[in-house]
Design a protein around this ligand. Structure first.
Ligand SMILES: Nc1ncnc2c1ncn2[C@@H]1O[C@H](COP(=O)(O)OP(=O)(O)OP(=O)(O)O)[C@@H](O)[C@H]1O
Ligand SMILES: [Mg+2]
Length: 160
């Protein structure tokens, strides 16, 4: 169901941005890697391995831990949609300092970040993504589903 180029969503950081079609500011010439995964619990770990391996290969390995949390949360959310066939996990590395993680699923229901009550056992996943990305995540709505993206930046070097 997914074509790789649907993951070439614009590099914009407005939270919950919705676009019917991918923009022209695409990242298609940049380091890029995609993986199709089934809607099964095992895909969470598979997505973590995929993203971790790609980050180590590309260089920003200091982002591995945060990227693992983000991709775990996004894939877990996609699993809960009840979709069939495959979800798409992608990673982009547009500059030395930025990594974009994308998870596409077949549901047009939108993610909604909620404020979990202290005693709630759920409702914290997107809040974690929001915190780790400093709000740099969003959603691109597609005719047959959506892609959620989250951008991580390497920490600025501390001045000596
Ligand atoms: N990929 C998605 N497709 C459809 N709805 C989503 C998706 N991701 C999130 N949502 C909606 O946004 C809500 C908030 O997501 P969030 O990840 O913050 O919490 P949760 O998944 O309910 O709980 P937790 O992540 O803490 O286990 C979800 O309950 C769901 O309604
Ligand atoms: Mg969740």
């Amino acid at each position: 169901m997914f074509e790789a180029d649907i993951l070439e969503v614009p590099m914009q950081h407005a939270s919950m941005e919705c676009r019917a079609t991918p923009g022209t500011d695409s990242m298609s010439v940049l380091p890029t890697s995609d993986l199709l995964l089934p809607y099964q619990p095992e895909s969470v770990a598979a997505a973590r391995r995929f993203v971790g391996a790609q980050l180590r290969e590309w260089g920003p390995s200091d982002l591995v831990d945060d990227a693992a949390v983000i991709v775990s949360e996004l894939v877990t959310n996609s699993l809960k949609t009840g979709c069939q066939t495959r979800m798409l996990v992608g990673i982009r590395h547009p500059t030395d300092h930025i990594v974009r993680i994308l998870v596409g699923d077949g549901s047009r229901s939108m993610p909604v970040m909620v404020q979990a009550r202290p005693d709630a056992t759920s409702g914290r996943g997107l809040a974690m993504v929001h915190r780790l990305t400093h709000g740099r995540w969003g959603v691109t709505l597609l005719p047959f589903g959506k892609v959620v993206h989250a951008d991580l930046a390497t920490p600025a070097p501390t001045p000596r």
